[in-house]
Design a protein around this ligand. Structure first.
Ligand code: GLU
Length: 283
């Protein structure tokens, strides 16, 4: 018996959904139909500083209004924090993590090469701390993040890690692709404030939910480097990836949740119908 493909739409409830999210959700649903697959909804709410229950309610309301349907249960990441800690512990046992005490301000003051998200590449300052110095600062209660020692991680994972891209990256990347995680340097895998990260939660959940096809926007294309690397280190299965174009506003800027005027809620209140949205987005 062949298993049916499993897809997910994974919004973060830190604001109202806008047209870009609608495109991603409709794209995922269309792909699931095309593949005779199953579709799940995952609420990515690990960031309790920004995510609010009323935004989760808003997501459910907006998706239902769009006429979308998904299988139960809905996975809420905030209910699974312990599994992300387990994954971090595993990486820690492999000696691939180190505490980083640098403050946002210290990092912002630096100049230099940037990662694909536009942040300064971490120069590895705290990687060079001695063990007693680390202990001293941790015992003194100085807050810290956990970073992946990228060079060590790449050696541990082995070279030539690849993934299948069924869609397209921002520069037209498609087909069988090699990862280039060094362009991220030592990424944060456990944030100071929330104790985990998007990267950890996404690879753990894609595995737990048996996701076979990851459909998402091209803004996350380069994050696939980190996700495939973590899947190798944590011995998790590799889904195939299908990145889709981003929906911009009239000026070509990527939509963000602050673009409240294009939220599905305000479009609905202005009399726009779900059919109008689908037509506008090409579904
Ligand atoms: N939660 C992420 C977002 O809203 C999507 C994560 C993913 O699809 O991998 O941008």
């Amino acid at each position: 018996m062949t298993r049916r493909p499993i897809l997910r739409f994974a919004p973060s409830p830190n604001g109202r959904l806008h047209l870009g999210h609608a495109y991603s959700a409709l794209f995922t649903a269309a792909k699931a139909r095309e593949l005779d697959g199953r579709m799940f909804l995952r609420i990515e709410d690990i960031d309790w500083l920004r995510c609010k229950p009323e935004h989760t309610d808003g997501i459910l309301e907006d998706l239902a209004w769009l006429g979308l349907d998904w299988e139960q249960p809905v996975r809420r990441q905030s209910e699974h924090m312990a599994s992300y800690t387990t994954a971090l512990d595993r990486l820690d046992k492999l000696r691939l993590l180190y505490p980083c005490f640098c403050t946002r301000k210290q990092l912002a003051e630096r100049a230099g090469k940037r990662d694909p998200d536009g942040a300064i590449l971490y120069p590895g300052t705290c990687r060079l701390l001695t063990a007693p110095e680390r202990m001293r600062r941790m015992t003194a209660g100085e807050p810290y993040a956990l970073r992946l020692d990228m060079r060590k991680a790449m050696v541990a994972a082995g070279d030539r890690i690849r993934f299948t891209e069924l869609g397209e990256g921002p520069a037209g990347e498609t087909g069988r692709l090699s990862i280039e995680p060094q362009r991220w340097a030592d990424v944060v895998l456990a944030r100071k404030d929330i104790g985990t990260s998007y990267h950890i939660a996404v690879v753990v959940d894609d595995a737990v939910q048996g996701i076979t096809h990851v459909t998402r926007g091209q803004d996350l294309f380069y994050a696939t480097d980190i996700h495939r690397l973590l899947q190798m280190l944590l011995e998790l299965p590799a889904p195939v990836y299908c990145h889709h174009r981003l929906i911009g506003d009239e000026t070509g800027r990527k939509l963000s949740k602050s673009a409240a005027d294009l939220s599905l809620k305000s479009l609905r209140e202005a009399g726009v119908s779900p059919e109008d949205v689908r037509r506008e987005l090409g579904f």
